[in-house]
Ligand binder design. Structure first.
Ligand SMILES: [Zn+2]
Ligand SMILES: [Zn+2]
Length: 308
């Protein structure tokens, strides 16, 4: 990808047309797993046990995307050791969303140019399906601009994972089939993987369209409790655009943020530390808040002039 002109890379990719963006050599596994998930569920028959299995294998996948790729590698919202950093990278790479350096470098562009020309997956600039998964499937955006991720590109183990990002998800698929058989392959691998892809992608597409805006950010990001449940806390996306470095995206106790609870638990046992919080003056900054009109805000009626 041309480091200096991400907008040009998007325009070039989109100009190649639907077929080249969504159907190329690298998208074969992506669509094959979709087909296997649907065909597998039909073949094995609907099963609540299968649903539970899919959820059980969806949750760690989603945690690695949000807690590792997003909050750690993209935003450095907490610190950890080198070995646990590798565990985070490996777990996240298992989700089939390319390598850690690629993911974080692309995400940093999203925040730099949020919803402006050059944002690689802006629903406002490039439409719903491009923002949802066109940008990740297109081969034009396949390169990693290491200048955007120098802080992690210095680790050879991360560069290796970034190059051979297909190895971990293939290994997970093979292992799931070997250990659990056909039923586990369908539910714990294919169904959980498809749900993890589209759950993650809602943050690029839906969370800039659907929900409420608390803060007057430069972009169109929204807070949405439904998306927050699906993505283990990422749905508080307007909060996140307001204060990106925070390890918690639910800013109030009622804004459920499962990823943050897991990170807190990890910090209690010393796996991670220095979780960046949300300072009260940033959270409650009246100048950044989009005020909701209430009866109290209405212009007061002028006092009637006293009459003689
Ligand atoms: Zn972010
Ligand atoms: Zn965003």
């Amino acid at each position: 990808m041309d480091a200096g002109a991400p907008g040009e890379a998007v325009a070039r990719a989109r100009s190649r047309g639907l077929w080249r963006v969504y159907f190329n050599a690298l998208t074969i596994p992506y669509w094959a797993i979709h087909v296997a998930a649907v065909a597998g569920v039909i073949a094995t028959g609907f099963s609540w046990y299968g649903v539970l299995l899919a959820i059980a294998f969806y949750l760690p996948r989603m945690f690695f995307v949000t807690g590792a790729y997003h909050r750690y590698f993209s935003h450095r919202s907490y610190k950890t050791s080198r070995w646990f950093q590798f565990v985070l990278a490996l777990g996240a790479t298992c989700t089939g969303q390319k390598g850690p350096l690629w993911w974080a470098a692309h995400h940093r562009i999203h925040h730099k140019l949020s919803d402006a020309p050059g944002d690689l997956h802006s629903v406002i600039q490039s439409g719903f399906w491009w923002a949802h998964h066109g940008w990740i499937l297109s081969r034009d955006l396949e390169g990693t601009d290491l200048s955007r991720i120098k802080d992690f590109a210095k680790y050879p183990e991360l560069r290796w994972l970034n190059t051979y990002w297909m190895v971990p998800p293939i290994a997970v698929g093979v292992l799931t089939a070997l250990v659990g058989g056909w039923f586990a392959f369908v539910w714990a691998f294919c169904v959980a993987q498809v749900l993890c892809w589209h759950g993650t992608f809602t943050i690029n597409s839906l969370s800039h369209l659907w929900g409420a805006r608390r803060y007057r950010t430069e972009d169109d990001s929204r807070n949405n409790p439904v998306l927050a449940m699906i993505t283990m806390g990422e749905g508080w996306h307007n909060n996140h655009h307001h204060y990106q470095v925070s390890a918690r995206q639910g800013f109030y106790w009622w804004e459920v943020d499962l990823t943050f609870y897991i990170l807190r638990a990890f910090s209690l046992v010393g796996l991670v530390w220095d979780l960046h919080g949300i300072p009260d003056h940033v959270r409650d900054d009246a100048k950044s808040m989009i005020k909701t009109a209430t009866a109290d805000d209405a212009e007061p009626e002028p006092e009637p002039e006293p009459t003689a």
